[in-house]
Design a protein around this ligand. Structure first.
Ligand SMILES: *Cc1c(COP(=O)(O)O)cnc(C)c1O
Length: 376
């Protein structure tokens, strides 16, 4: 008989999601409007440093609206971490703008401040001022925000924090997504908490968040008939999804705690294998450890595919790290700056199963298999 499947990161419901969804049904608020949606935004704001919140249908739509609100238009350039999921960069193209990719640094695996500044200087020398910087907090690890914000201020280019993977992480005590002009979260099924699908846009700019709500509900002007002076989107979160989100917010810290415990377990158990290393938190950086990741050293006889396939044979899902955007067929023609750090990480890194609903036995099974891969 096949072993039970262990997923990379699967949804993990708490106690009250079902109750809130039932409430939404009982009240017949089955629409992208309703009390659960309002309450979800309020609760999300409370854990987002009191910022304004607009709940949306996805993290991708949140990035798209942030770009629109920053005035990104056809032909503009937007700087973006190269080492990320494609959804960080796709909305740049939705606007007809051009992504300019920036490589990672190896401490956090996130956008390298030095390369970022090099990229900006190069674009300015070419008389082009990038319209925004999309900074991704990958796998929940904060990027070096102090340095990045300094650069953003120096050149007057606003930041969108892609904290899709970073809800529950903090940077010197402040939640990720709340450190710059805009932040975005994702509540997709594989993220640390989920509404099945959903996202949010965060900002301290009240007017901008109001406009985001307007644009995300088809941009209806204030008339009894349908009057439009803007292009609208159908990007609002549904009240039913928000009801799930309300339950999930109650258990967010539990989920973070469990994911961090999982990371610690891997680190403890696998550090005896000298070919394996981990990305560590810097002082003041607190990661939700959305996914636990390992790097396998260059000169190891066992490579990341050997490990991944050995796990797969046992019905355990592991995955290579994100393939950098500047290496993706669709983005190959785009400008990119930096060295080969993200290429290196992609080649030698692996994401291990990290779901907060895994049992200790599951973890035991995974670690045993990884050790086996190195023993053969
Ligand atoms: C998941 C994710 C997104 C997109 O979020 P969706 O809600 O799936 O649209 C964007 N950026 C990163 C880094 C992600 O991991």
């Amino acid at each position: 008989m096949e072993n039970k499947k262990i997923w990379l990161s699967s949804p993990h419901m708490g106690e009250n999601e079902y109750k809130y969804v039932t409430e939404a049904f009982d009240l017949n608020w089955i629409a992208p409007v309703g009390p659960h949606l309002n309450n979800f935004e309020k609760k999300l704001s409370e854990i987002s440093d009191g910022k304004e919140v607009s709940a949306l249908s996805s993290g991708t739509s949140a990035i798209h609206l942030a770009l629109i609100l920053l005035g990104v238009e056809c032909g503009d350039e937007v700087l973006c971490s190269s080492f990320t999921f494609s959804a960080s960069a796709n909305p740049i193209v939705y606007q007809g703008a051009k992504p300019v990719f920036v490589d990672s640094e190896l401490d956090t695996w996130n956008i390298c401040p030095k390369y970022l500044e090099e990229a900006i200087i190069n674009r300015l020398e070419n008389n082009i001022k990038p319209k925004a910087i999309i900074v991704v907090h990958l796998y929940g690890m904060p990027a070096k925000m102090t340095e990045i914000i300094t650069i953003s201020k120096k050149y007057d280019i606003p930041i969108i924090e892609d904290a899709a993977e970073g809800l529950g992480s903090t940077y010197f005590g402040k939640p990720l997504g709340c450190l710059a002009e805009f932040g975005i979260y994702s509540f997709n099924g594989n993220k640390i908490i989920t509404t099945s699908g959903g996202g949010a846009l965060i900002s301290s700019d009240k007017e901008k968040i109001k406009k985001s709500k307007f644009l995300s509900t088809q941009a209806r002007d204030d008339f009894p008939h349908y009057e439009h002076s803007h292009i609208g989107f159908n990007y609002r979160l549904s009240n039913v999804s928000a009801a799930i989100g309300l339950g999930q917010l109650e258990v967010l810290q539990d989920r973070v705690n469990r994911r961090r415990e999982i990371f610690d377990y891997y680190k403890r158990e696998l550090s005896q294998i000298k070919e394996i290393s981990f990305v560590e938190e810097i002082d003041g950086f607190y990661s939700n450890r959305w996914l636990s990741t390992i790097l396998i050293s260059k000169d190891s006889k066992v490579n990341r595919e050997d490990v991944r396939l050995h796990l797969e044979k046992d019905n355990i899902e592991a995955r290579p790290l994100w393939k950098p955007m500047h290496q993706q067929p669709i983005f190959k023609h785009c400008l990119s700056f930096g060295g080969d750090n993200s290429e290196y990480l992609f080649q030698y890194g692996l994401c291990l199963p990290s779901g907060s609903n895994m049992s200790d036995q599951d973890l035991n099974r995974i670690v045993k298999k990884i050790k086996e891969a190195f023993e053969n």
